[in-house]
Design a protein around this ligand. Sequence first.
Ligand code: NAD
Ligand code: UGA
Length: 467
Amino acid sequence: MNFNSIKNICCIGAGYVGGPTMAVIAEKCPEIKITVVDVNEERIKAWNDNNLDNLPIYEPGLKEIVQKTRGKNLFFSTDIDKGIKEADMIFISVNTPTKTYGKGKGMAADLKFIELCARKIAEVSTESKIIVEKSTIPVRTAQTIKSILDNVGTGVKYHILSNPEFLAEGTAIDDLHNPDRVLIGGDHDSKEGQDALDTLTSIYEKWVPRERILQTNVWSSELSKLTANAFLAQRVSSINAMTALCEKTGADIEELARAVGTDTRIGNKFLKPSVGFGGSCFNKDILNLVYICKSLNLNEVASYWEQVLLINDYQKYRFADNIITTLYNTVTDKKIAFLGWAFKKNTNDTRESAAIYVADYLIEDKANIYVYDPKVEHPKMIRDLNELNTRDSSINESSLSPVDDPYLAVKDAHAVAILTEWDEFIEYDWEKIFSIMKKPAFVFDGRNILDSKKLTKIGFKVYQIGK
Ligand code: NAD
Ligand code: UGA
């Protein structure tokens, strides 16, 4: 196969990765027809919505690309069999969450959706295909997929590639347009394997310089993805660990990050202190890495990576606990305004967001929380809390009030907590906010985005991370 032989691509999974990734491939390769399929009818309906503001995922720049390509060479459908049958190349981009049951519960990646995809492909395919693992999976998953395809299939030939995705939410389109690298793992040792590698390479080459497309063996590619996420999360936990020390010693974390980050060997990216990292992947991928290490009896390696998660939990707890301690050791019946619920700015994704855990901790102390987030839907916030299973859902519903107007959230509040670094929070009328809050008016800036000098001058009592 070569680039010209790829006429149809099918992507299974229309989520945060499948949707934006396929939109960009469709934009850059107008000669290829791309169908994104999903079992979730509501999601597919939203991808097909005439009003592009109703797409299921918010990403800057996404709706413009969908507008250009949808109905031309980009299609969203629930007809999975048809999508698979027609395709020369299939991307598997389904979710691989942490297992919530049985062997590996709470740690291992749940591969049931991956297996279902492999079985479905084997069941309906009639012609040779390239299968691309896009989801993040444990090292050696390609072997499982191959075994299913070879044993369940009807003699059709498959080539399996690993092509992990490195996009970050909120910057997905920029990351896809201009990736640091594209990683493709395959079988260099056979001619057919090399052909498959080159075919996928030729698709990315339409817009990514060849030197940024790395070819490796499958296992290196699979493990590189987990490693990259572990390294990134480790940097956040490293800087967050130092915030606790700064607060005790009078050092300032921003000055520390600048001093350390200007060493070109260390670099200045991903050193932003925060209330703790969230997102669908850091936590689950490190748990998965720890599980793999433990399964292979590499207990010291497992403990090393586990610390990254322990510090992250500690940071969320520390932030919430500081709110209680500062508000005279109780938040019972006090109104706390949360600005932000998403796990980072420019996304409507709330998976593993620090806000959920901080809210949970404060509700345990009987606080009343009012939340404003520019992109997160209100019922989602309550669902996020309920999923922690800490208490009866009726208590969550009466303790957490999502609102559409930030000034409504802060009115008569004892404290404001910044949980997400949305730019608009910086621009708010903080004098007005001060005038409508209860006094003393506290601000807990979990993202260090506000001008603490200006706020202190207005009259606020300001707490920032690592200062
Ligand atoms: P997601 O939950 O947003 O989307 C996955 C979609 O797959 C869902 O819509 C689900 O309905 C669908 N699905 C599941 N099983 C299916 C099946 N058998 N047939 C058809 N559809 C099925 O997940 P996501 O955030 O897009 O992540 C997908 C994968 O990519 C994960 O492995 C994740 O670790 C990885 N990843 C995610 C990101 C990110 O920023 N979200 C970045 C890089 C890698
Ligand atoms: C992360 C990686 O950056 C992507 O490369 C990877 O593809 C993706 O995970 C994945 O596999 O899902 P994402 O979780 O979307 O992307 O967002 P990040 O920008 O990495 O932020 C993760 C969390 O860390 C956020 O809560 C963010 O606020 C926090 N963070 C990030 C900090 O607290 N400080 C920083 O300096 C950077």
